[in-house]
Design a protein around this ligand. Structure first.
Ligand SMILES: [Fe+2]
Length: 306
């Protein structure tokens, strides 16, 4: 059963990541880096490129790239404080033929991540289903050992991990989606009351891909909901929203917020944009980030002050 192979470092309890303690991590303690990845999505290459029917699908394409990313993170010095995967951990939807095997191999792949680097999971549309239900959410929580939304402090930064399927299609889980929104307000108030050095948000589906006023399409979230949320985050002092789902790099600014859309670790849809991950360097007064193909991840994250 997948739950037995879940790394201790990725578990949550009461919507908090257990790997980080509030007492130790809620204060600024100097610059640090973390890894932001997205869409490991085991099985997508065979479905999307090779057009295989599900019984024939394999996922060595994605496992190979994910292992390259993990090995690079393990070698990095100074060590990344965490490795977050912004959704679509696997490609097979809940209840479909390859789902259990992909979950098992995903856990087995991440066994190689250094235990000193907490693994942070974000749920995506493939993880929960495009129209999530209470049952698919429970299945995800059981399999990945992590809540569908939660928070964690890291070095004075308050990190809020969201379930963007509630934003995309709450039709079967309206009560849970309402509770999620109420919880977000509470987290933003909490971050403010604790004078967080920065507030970062992580979710799978971006609010927008290039510009906050672009039209709704498959890879972004609807308006006017998009602007309602961006205004809420902006007035609460959120500095960045990190996302995936697009399988290309993207993002842009909305007032004081930077939205960062990161290409897949697994299959990239971008022309001349190999799959990879993003290194984020966090300073007291700012943050910087850079995307690297999995073949070209540096040993040194390039923190200006160590
Ligand atoms: Fe996705």
């Amino acid at each position: 059963m997948a739950g037995e192979t879940v790394k201790v470092q990725q578990r949550t309890e009461n919507r908090k990541l257990k790997a980080f303690s509030d007492d130790e991590e809620s204060h600024w303690n100097g610059p640090f880096c973390f890894i932001q990845a997205a869409d490991t999505q085991l099985g997508l290459y065979d479905v999307h490129i090779r057009k295989f029917d599900e019984p024939d699908v394999t996922w060595s394409y994605e496992v190979t790239r994910t292992k390259m990313a993990i090995q690079a993170a393990n070698r990095m010095s100074p060590r990344p404080r965490f490795f977050i995967v912004c959704g679509d951990l696997v490609n097979a939807f809940p209840g479909t033929v390859n789902r259990e095997a992909q979950e098992r191999d995903w856990h087995e792949t991440f066994e190689e991540l250094d235990d000193q680097i907490p693994l942070v999971c974000v749920c995506g549309n493939h993880d929960l289903g495009n129209t999530p239900t209470a049952s698919t959410i429970q299945g995800y929580v059981r399999s990945f050992g992590t809540d569908d939304y939660f928070t964690f402090w890291c070095g004075g930064v308050y990190n809020i991990v969201l379930n963007s399927q509630f934003f995309e299609d709450p039709s079967q889980v309206q009560d849970l989606a309402d509770a999620h929104l109420k919880w977000i307000d509470e987290q933003l108030a909490h971050a403010k009351s604790k004078a967080a050095t920065h507030i970062f948000v992580f979710q799978h589906i971006p609010f927008f891909l290039e510009s906050f006023d672009e039209a709704k399409q498959y890879f972004n979230l609807d308006n006017p909901f998009r602007l309602t949320m961006l205004d809420k985050f902006e007035s609460a002092g959120v500095k960045a929203i990190f996302c995936g789902h697009y399988h290309r790099n993207g993002g842009g600014r909305y007032k004081g917020i930077e939205e960062v859309v990161t290409n897949a670790v697994g299959l990239s849809f971008g022309e001349n944009e190999p799959s990879g991950l993003r290194v984020v360097n966090v300073y007291q007064d700012r943050f910087e980030h850079k995307y690297y193909p999995v073949t070209d991840i540096p040993l040194d994250p390039g923190l200006a002050e160590k």
